[in-house]
Write a protein that binds this ligand. Structure first.
Ligand SMILES: [Zn+2]
Length: 264
C-alpha cells in the first residue's frame, strides 16, 4: 500500500492545528513539534517508530472526523488508506466525497427491466403513447444552444416522474445553478434508433430516456472525465434515482449524459 509521508503529515498537521494542538508550520515534515502534538492525543503509543506514529495519528484523526479507519495499529493497509482518502477529501472540500459504488446507490424499484416482456407490455410498442412534457425551466438544444425549447415528447407513463425531477432540480439548484451545471443542455428524449455501439433498440425509441449535456458527458467517457460524475451532481442523480430512473454513468460508468426509466 502506497503511503505518501509528506501528504499524511500535512493532513495531520492541519487537523492538529485546527484543534490548537500544533502551532508549527504546515510543512508536511514529521518533525519534533508535530510528534509532540501527536503525543498529546494520548492515543498513539510512545514506543512506536516514527512511521507507525504517523500512521497511528492518521487513524486516530480519521476516527475523530467520523471516518472508520479500523484498529489503531500504526500500519498503513487498505482500510487505513481508504479512510485517509475520505477524511482528506472532507478536510479539503468540507464535505463527504461522492459515492461511486453502484452498491451504494438507493434507486427506487419502479420501472421494468429493459428488453423484457414486462417492459414491452408496460410501455407498449416503440414511438407510441407519447405526450408533451413542459419543462419547469427553459431547455437549450445541446447541439444548438441558441435554440431554446420549453417542452419535449416523452412516454406518457414516465412524464409525471420526469417532470417531478426537473421541478425538484430547479428548486434545489435554482435557475443560476441549473445553467451553471448545464442541466438545461437538453440532448434529446424521443429518438427511434438503435443503441450506439450495439444492436438493440435504444430506450430513446420508447421515449423513456433523456440525455443532458452530451458534449461534456460523452458516451465512452468515465467518471474521470464526465462532468456529471462530479460531486455537485450528486443531488441531481439522487432525485432521478428516487424516482427509479437509472443512470448508466452511475451504474456502469459510461454514457453519463443518459438517464432512463428502465432497470438494467
Ligand atoms: Zn441517451
Amino acid at each position: 500500500m502506497m503511503m505518501n509521508t509528506h501528504e499524511l503529515t500535512t493532513f495531520i498537521q492541519i487537523w492538529l492545528k485546527g484543534k490548537g494542538l500544533y502551532t508549527g508550520r504546515i510543512d508536511g515534515d514529521f518533525g519534533p513539534k508535530t510528534k509532540q502534538a501527536v503525543a498529546q492525543l494520548n492515543k498513539v503509543p510512545d514506543n512506536w517508530s516514527d512511521r507507525r506514529k504517523l500512521v497511528g495519528a492518521v487513524q486516530v484523526i480519521c476516527h475523530e472526523m467520523g471516518v472508520d479507519a479500523g484498529k489503531i495499529d500504526g500500519y498503513y493497509g487498505p482500510t487505513t488508506d481508504n479512510a485517509y482518502q475520505r477524511a482528506a477529501f472532507k478536510q479539503k472540500e468540507g464535505q463527504e466525497p461522492p459515492i461511486w459504488r453502484p452498491e451504494d446507490i438507493n434507486q427506487a424499484k419502479i420501472w421494468p427491466k429493459a428488453y423484457t416482456s414486462e417492459f414491452d407490455s408496460f410501455f407498449g410498442p416503440r414511438a407510441t403513447n407519447m405526450v408533451r412534457l413542459t419543462s419547469p425551466y427553459p431547455l437549450r438544444i445541446a447541439w444548438n444552444p441558441n435554440q431554446i425549447v420549453q417542452s419535449f415528447s416523452i412516454h406518457e407513463k414516465v412524464k409525471d416522474s420526469a417532470e417531478r425531477v426537473l421541478t425538484e432540480a430547479l428548486k434545489h439548484y435554482g435557475l443560476d445553478g441549473i445553467k451553471k451545471l448545464r442541466l438545461d443542455y437538453f440532448g434529446g428524449c424521443f429518438n427511434k434508433r438503435r443503441i450506439r455501439g450495439g444492436t438493440k433498440w435504444s430506450m430513446h425509441s420508447w421515449a423513456v430516456a433523456i440525455d443532458f449535456d452530451p458534449s461534456n458527458n460523452q458516451l465512452r467517457w468515465g467518471r474521470d472525465k464526465a462532468t456529471f460524475a462530479r460531486q455537485e451532481y450528486e443531488a441531481w442523480w439522487k432525485m432521478w434515482e428516487a424516482e427509479g430512473w437509472t443512470s448508466l454513468g452511475r451504474q456502469r460508468n459510461f454514457d453519463w449524459m443518459h438517464v432512463q426509466a428502465a432497470d438494467i
